[in-house]
Design a protein around this ligand. Structure first.
Ligand code: C2E
Ligand code: MG
Ligand code: MG
Ligand code: MG
Length: 282
C-alpha cells in the first residue's frame, strides 16, 4: 500500500514536471518565432537629470507582445539566456536602440546586456560594426551590465575594449546581489544604477523607509568617491524624488517621469538636450 501511494505521488509529480517542461518547450518555440514575426518590441523609458528633470537619455526595454498578451522580460530573458536566443535578440536590441539615436528619436540610449552576450568572442566586434554602420557617436550609447557578468572570464578585457571604443558602461541593479561591492571595487564602470528595491520603500514613514534612504545615501557617497554619478531606478512619487535629490542622486528613472513606451511614429526628432555629464560630455 505504502509503495503504491509513493508511486502514485511520484506519477503526479512527474506529470507536473512534464507539463512544466512542455510549457517551456512551447514558450521556447514561440520565442524562436517572435523575432521573425516582429513580436519583439523595444520600449524606451526616460532618464532625467535629478535637479532639472531634463530628459538626458532613454533606457531601451524589451517587450514580447503576443496575441495572447504581453510577456515581461523578467519571464522571457531567462529563457532566452538558457537557450542562447539572447544572442540574436541582444543584437536586434542593440541595432534598434542605436538606430533610434541615429534617427534622432532619442538623444542617448541605455541598453541592457546579458552576461551571455559578453561571453561571445565577437561581442565587441559586433558593437564596433553597429556603430560604424550607423555612424552614431559611441558616447551616445551606455551599456548596462549586472554583477553576474563578473563571472565571465573575459569580462575585464571586454570592458576595456568597450571603453576604448568610447562606449560607456553602467553597473545595473546595484545592491541587488551578493557581489555588488566587489563589482564596484573591481569594475571601471562610469555609472551606478541603484536598484529599485532601495527606492521603493523610500518616502514611507517606517523604519524600512528610513533605512533604505540611508543605504542610498551610502551608495551615493561610495559612487561619488569613485567619481561616478548615480541613477535611482523606480521613482514613483514626488516624495521619493525629493528625498533622493537631497541624498545626492544624479539621475532619476521611474514612472513619475515616464513609463517605458514605444517611440510613436509621429513623434518629432528630439531637441538636443544640454550635454549633461555621463550621458553627455562626461
Ligand atoms: P532593469 O534593467 O533594471 O530595468 C528597469 C526595470 O524597472 C524595467 O522593467 C522598468 O520597466 C521597470 N521600472 C522602471 N520604472 C519603474 C517604476 O517607477 N516602478 C516600477 N514598479 N518599475 C519600474 P522591465 O521593463 O520589466 O525589465 C525588467 C528587466 O529585464 C530589466 O531590468 C532588465 O534586467 C531586463 N531587460 C529588459 N530589456 C532587456 C534587454 O533588451 N536585454 C536584456 N539582456 N535584458 C533586458
Ligand atoms: Mg537596466
Ligand atoms: Mg536596473
Ligand atoms: Mg532593476
Amino acid at each position: 500500500y505504502r509503495v503504491k501511494q509513493a508511486g502514485g505521488g511520484h506519477a503526479a509529480f512527474q506529470r507536473q514536471e512534464d507539463e512544466r517542461t512542455d510549457l517551456q518547450v512551447e514558450r521556447l518555440t514561440a520565442l524562436h518565432r517572435a523575432l521573425e514575426r516582429n513580436e519583439l518590441h523595444l520600449y524606451f523609458q526616460p532618464v532625467v537629470h535629478a535637479e532639472t528633470q531634463v530628459v538626458v537619455a532613454h533606457e531601451a526595454l524589451l517587450r514580447w507582445i503576443r496575441p495572447s498578451g504581453t510577456v515581461s522580460p523578467l519571464d522571457f530573458i531567462p529563457l532566452a539566456e538558457t537557450s542562447g536566443l539572447i544572442i540574436p535578440i541582444g543584437r536586434w536590441v542593440l541595432r534598434q536602440a542605436v538606430d533610434a539615436v541615429k534617427a534622432r528619436r532619442v538623444e542617448r540610449v541605455s541598453v541592457n546586456v546579458s552576461a551571455l552576450e559578453i561571453r561571445q568572442p565577437d561581442f565587441v566586434e559586433h558593437l564596433r560594426w553597429v556603430l560604424e554602420e550607423t555612424g552614431v557617436e559611441p558616447r551616445r550609447l551606455l551599456l548596462e551590465l549586472t554583477e553576474s557578468s563578473l563571472l565571465e572570464p573575459r569580462f575585464a578585457a571586454v570592458l576595456l575594449e568597450v571603453h576604448t571604443l568610447g562606449v560607456r558602461t553602467a553597473l545595473d541593479d546595484f545592491g541587488n546581489g551578493y557581489n555588488s561591492l566587489v563589482a564596484l571595487a573591481s569594475l571601471p564602470v562610469q555609472v551606478v544604477k541603484i536598484d529599485r528595491s532601495f527606492t521603493a520603500p523610500i518616502g514611507e514613514d517606517t523604519p524600512a523607509g528610513k533605512r533604505a534612504l540611508e543605504v542610498v545615501r551610502g551608495i551615493v557617497t561610495l559612487a561619488n568617491a569613485f567619481g561616478l554619478p548615480t541613477v535611482a531606478e523606480g521613482i514613483e512619487t514626488p516624495e521619493q524624488a525629493d528625498l533622493l535629490l537631497k541624498v545626492g542622486c544624479t539621475y532619476f528613472q521611474g514612472y513619475l517621469f515616464g513609463r517605458p513606451e514605444p517611440l510613436s511614429s509621429s513623434s518629432e526628432p528630439s531637441n538636443p538636450p544640454p550635454s549633461l555629464s555621463v550621458y553627455g560630455a562626461f
